[in-house]
Design a protein around this ligand. Structure first.
Ligand SMILES: Nc1ncnc2c1ncn2[C@@H]1O[C@H](COP(=O)(O)OP(=O)(O)O)[C@@H](O)[C@H]1O
Ligand SMILES: [Mg+2]
Length: 270
C-alpha cells in the first residue's frame, strides 16, 4: 500500500498480493487467514471504511457443463472486482484448499483429467494478474497438499509460509485455554489456578505446580498431533475416560492423558 501511495512503478517492483499458507491439515491455516483479515481491517480502520472477506468455494466453480468452469471463475472475479473498485473497501479473498482450483496443470495433462481443470487454472492466473493492480486487495490461499498446486500459482505468491504442527509450548497453551473453559463451566471443580506459561512450571520444584507439570507432560506426549486434534482431546477425555460429570483437575488430567494415548494409537491406523 505504501508503494502504491508513493507511485512505485509495479513494472519494476512487482507484488501479486498473494499469501500462501501451506502445511499439514488442522494446523490453523484457515483460521489464521481469517484472523489476519480481521486484524488488518481493524488496523487499517483509518484508511478503509469497511473490510470485506470473500471466501471462495472452489468446488462450486466446477460446472457440470464441459468447458464452462473457466467462465465461472472469470464471472466470480468480475463480481469481486465490483467491490475492489471501490477504494474505500479493503477486500480480502480467501481461497481455501487452493489445490482444488489451482491444480497442477502438468498432472492434468499427463492423466485422464478433463482439460476443463486446465481452463480453470488458466482463468485463475489471468484473474490474479488483473486484480493485482488494486492496492486494496489481498489474497490468502491455503493448502494441505503443496505438491498438487500449479507452479505458476506458487510463483505468484509473494509470501509462502509453512504452518507446521504445534510444538510443546503451543500445545500447552491450547490445553490451558480448554481447561479455563471447563473451569468456567464448572465441569472441573473446585477452582484451581494453573500457570499460563509452561516455562515457569518447568523450573519450579515445589508441589504447588503439580498439576501444571502434569499438563506439561501431557503436552509433551501430544507432540505430533495437529492443533485440531489437540482441541478435540479435552472432549474425548470427558466422553470416554471420565465416569463422572464433574471432576477434579487431577482426575481430569489423568483422563486427558488416556485420551492422548487413545488418539495416538488410533492415528496409527490411518
Ligand atoms: N496452533 C493452533 N493453536 C490453537 N488452535 C489451533 C491451532 N491449530 C489448529 N487449531 C484449532 O484447529 C481448528 C482447525 O484449524 P483450521 O484453521 O481449520 O486448520 P487448517 O485450515 O490448517 O486445516 C481451529 O479452529 C483451531 O481450533
Ligand atoms: Mg483449512
Amino acid at each position: 500500500m505504501l508503494f502504491a501511495d508513493r507511485n512505485v512503478d509495479d513494472n519494476l517492483i512487482s507484488c501479486n498480493k498473494v499469501i500462501l499458507l501451506h502445511g499439514p491439515p488442522g494446523t490453523g491455516k484457515t483460521s489464521l487467514s481469517k484472523a489476519l483479515a480481521q486484524k488488518l481491517s481493524i488496523r487499517l480502520q483509518s484508511r478503509f471504511i469497511k473490510g470485506i472477506l470473500i471466501e471462495i468455494n472452489s468446488h462450486s466453480l466446477f460446472s457440470k457443463w464441459f468447458s464452462e468452469s473457466g467462465k465461472l471463475v472469470s464471472k466470480m472475479f468480475s463480481q469481486i472486482r465490483d467491490f475492489v473498485e471501490d477504494q474505500k473497501f479493503l477486500v480480502c479473498i480467501l481461497i481455501d484448499e487452493v489445490e482444488s482450483l489451482a491444480h497442477a496443470r502438468e498432472k492434468c495433462m499427463s492423466g485422464n483429467e478433463p482439460s476443463d481443470s486446465i481452463r480453470v487454472v488458466n482463468a485463475l492466473l489471468t484473474e490474479l494478474d488483473k486484480i493485482k493492480i488494486h492496492s486494496n486487495v489481498l489474497i490468502f490461499a491455503t493448502s494441505n497438499v503443496t505438491g498438487a498446486i500449479d507452479l505458476a500459482f506458487i510463483d505468484r505468491a509473494d509470501i509462502k509460509e509453512y504452518i507446521g504442527l504445534p510444538g510443546v509450548q503451543a500445545i500447552y497453551q491450547i490445553y490451558y485455554s480448554c481447561i479455563q473453559e471447563l473451569l468456567k463451566a464448572e465441569i472441573i471443580q473446585p477452582k484451581v489456578i494453573i500457570q499460563q506459561c509452561p516455562d515457569l512450571v518447568e523450573l519450579e520444584s515445589s508441589d504447588i505446580y503439580k498439576n501444571d507439570k502434569k499438563l506439561l507432560k501431557i503436552s509433551e506426549a501430544s507432540v505430533g498431533l495437529s492443533g485440531r486434534s489437540v482441541r478435540k482431546l479435552p472432549f474425548i477425555a470427558h466422553a470416554l475416560f471420565l465416569q463422572t460429570e464433574i471432576a477434579t483437575l487431577e482426575n481430569y488430567l489423568e483422563a486427558l492423558l488416556f485420551a492422548v494415548e487413545y488418539q495416538k494409537t488410533n492415528s496409527k491406523y490411518f
